[in-house]
Ligand binder design. Structure first.
Ligand code: AMP
Length: 302
């Protein structure tokens, strides 16, 4: 496996691979099972798999966790190697932005996609994401790029950028990988230090699963289902560190809010547990499938 830090070395290899089908997985490192599933998907569509690892300063707000974001270089490289990744692109900010990243041409996603959900609490976040992803696409020139549905709003922003700017890359979705108790895998889960935090983090999954259940029972209005789910899940115990940021529903294609629950609805949730911010989402009908202890798949209930 090649590990490349400079743009010059990367471009030389990319030139040699000009007849390959490149499948690209952009990440911020601290790799876990969610990232690995993206790499597996990449292997199934490309002849060469390129993973980038870059903690992108542009997508963090001034009071966010850029400095303390987990950086686990050696473990990440071992995981990539064990999965058969062909190249890890590991640039630093100096290599990617030699003129500095404060004054920079940026990609601003459409307002209706970003003035809601994560875009409200993280102003500028999706501009930072779109800008770095476009830059990486320009360097890597992949035919396929794999993104997780775990970050549903990010997925919608990237897909829209690719369509609006006619980028010659196919965006491939990968389903959310979860812990055995339902918590979506995330690099930020490592911040959940106490058993109580971990317990409260599971409320995101339980809210989603409860809304799915209400839909199955025939509930059709979003407001009613969200309200009932909040009442039944959040009032059943004491959750002193859990602060719901949003619970909402959008159309799976347009990513615009929807008042009616139907098969095209995606439910989204974000919450703070102490100072750890977590997000999750699911399609209304999607089976919430989890690995059991033997690695086989099983379906989980609330
Ligand atoms: P990150 O390193 O957090 O920027 O994530 C890199 C990619 O991995 C993004 O496309 C994420 O959506 C995806 N990802 C993160 N967590 C998961 C998960 N639990 N399941 C599937 N994909 C994920």
């Amino acid at each position: 496996m090649k590990i490349v830090e400079s743009i010059e070395s990367f471009s030389a290899i990319r030139q040699r691979w000009k007849n390959e089908t490149i499948a690209f997985v952009p990440t911020m490192g601290a790799l876990h099972g969610g990232h690995l599933s993206l790499m597996e998907k990449a292997k199934s569509v490309g002849s060469k798999v390129i993973v980038s690892i870059y903690v992108n300063p542009l997508q963090f707000g001034p009071n966010e966790d850029f400095q303390r974001y987990p950086r686990t270089r050696e473990a990440d490289l071992e995981l990539c190697e064990s999965l058969g990744v062909d190249l890890v692109f590991y640039p630093d900010t100096q290599a990617l932005h030699p003129k500095g990243w404060v004054s920079l041409t940026q990609v601003v996603p459409p307002i209706e996609l970003v003035n809601q959900f994560c875009g409200l609490s993280r102003p500028g976040h999706f501009t930072g994401v779109a800008t770095i992803v476009l830059k990486l696409f320009q360097l890597v020139q992949p035919q396929f790029a794999i993104f997780g549905e775990k970050d549903a709003q990010q997925f919608a922003v990237i897909r829209r950028m690719v369509s609006d700017l006619n980028l010659p890359v196919q965006i491939v979705p990968a389903p959310t990988v979860r812990e055995p108790d339902g918590l979506a895998k995330s690099s930020r889960n490592s911040y959940l230090s106490s058993a109580s935090d971990r317990h409260q983090a599971r409320l995101l999954f339980r809210l989603l699963a409860t809304i799915q259940e209400l839909y199955k029972q025939g509930m059709e209005t979003t407001d009613e289902a969200l309200k009932l789910a909040m009442e039944s899940v959040l009032n059943e115990g004491l959750y002193p560190d859990f602060q719901l940021e949003y619970l909402g529903a959008v159309h799976r294609e347009t990513f615009l809010p929807t008042e009616i629950l139907d098969e095209d609805t995606r439910i989204l949730v974000a919450a703070q547990i102490g100072n750890v911010r977590l997000i999750d989402n699911t399609l209304i009908n999607e089976p919430l499938v989890l690995p059991d202890r033997d690695g086989a798949l099983m379906q989980l209930t609330v």
